[in-house]
Design a protein around this ligand. Structure first.
Ligand code: AKG
Ligand code: FE2
Length: 295
């Protein structure tokens, strides 16, 4: 058995149908060689200088994780706006809901947000991550009855193989409840050529695999999320870092400068996913400088 792979000429409907049945699908030749080469040349040198993550259970100590990607390669925009990815995420996440505004029964169509983006480079010797669901960040409950929170992408920057830690996926696990434990022997490795991508639901159990090869495996992951899963007021744009820093830590955390055990709210600094409170409390400037010029 293998994760189902389809050509990039498939329709959004075909892709969504497979995702809702299996939890994920591979799209062959998801991006062009040109975009792939730009991603490699923009991110490769930064990854070369990025230390391995320091946390061993989930993030891996032989794994490099690089975020803030929109300030590191403009080609990330081509990944986010790929019509099959964006189209599938819209079809899965943007179901209209109805609310009463006084006597008006108003239809609201949920929007999408990019929830995270990260290059993940698994080095030889790294063992597999624990199987998990990426909608854990929202503490989403299952079964979702079709009400999903997140549509995740894993783009192969190098070839993904069983030997080099190609993402492990448990087909059908998006339908399980929260009592059922995922078993390692239920997972299939994602094998795909560089430029192809796995798209999967936030409710699908998966994990980075063990890299038994002699070269790093590089992937680029991104989440498109239901846009309402956020703070209502955009504190990050309206409060200057020094104003936030002038409040007690309890207020800083309540405002959102914090991370939970469910990984909600991390920032990437020097390859580590850290609690933003660390930057606020030791006076380092936020937001962090990027590597791209604006404009
Ligand atoms: O690197 C991979 O293949 C998967 C990584 C992953 O699932 C995660 O870090 O949440
Ligand atoms: Fe994950």
């Amino acid at each position: 058995m293998a994760v189902v792979a389809v050509p990039n000429t498939s329709s959004v409907d075909e892709i969504v149908q497979i995702m809702m049945r299996d939890g994920g699908v591979i799209i062959e030749n998801f991006i062009s060689d040109d975009v792939l080469n730009i991603l490699r040349s923009d991110l490769g040198p930064i990854l070369d200088d990025t230390p391995h993550a320091a946390e061993d259970t989930f993030l891996g100590t032989k794994t490099r994780r690089l975020s803030r990607l929109f300030s590191r390669s403009r080609a990330i925009a081509d990944v986010a706006t790929n019509p099959l990815y964006l189209g599938a995420a819209r079809a899965i996440l943007c179901h209209p809901v109805h609310v009463w505004l006084g006597t008006d029964r108003t239809e609201i169509i949920p929007d999408l947000r990019i929830g995270m983006a990260q290059a993940i480079q698994i080095w030889p010797g790294q063992t597999a991550q624990p199987l998990h669901r990426d909608d854990n960040v929202f503490l989403w409950r299952h079964p979702t009855h079709g009400r999903e929170a997140r549509v995740q992408l894993m783009l192969a920057i190098t070839d993904f193989t069983q030997a080099n830690g190609g993402t492990l996926v448990v087909p059908g696990s998006h339908l399980w409840d929260d009592e059922r434990m995922p078993e390692k022997d239920e997972a299939l490795p994602t094998t795909m050529k560089a430029g192809s991508a796995l798209i999967f639901l936030g409710s699908t159990y998966h994990a980075g695999g063990t890299n038994l090869s002699d070269a790093p495996r590089t992937g680029l992951t991104m989440a498109l999320d239901a846009a309402h899963l956020r703070q209502e007021e955009n504190m990050y744009l309206t409060l200057a870092p020094d104003v936030v820093a002038s409040y007690p830590e309890e207020i800083q955390r309540l405002l959102g400068w914090s991370v939970g055990r469910n990984f909600m709210g991390w920032i990437e600094v020097d390859g580590q996913l850290i609690d933003p409170i660390e930057l606020v409390s030791n006076g380092r400037a936020l937001p962090l400088a990027g590597d791209l010029e604006a404009g």
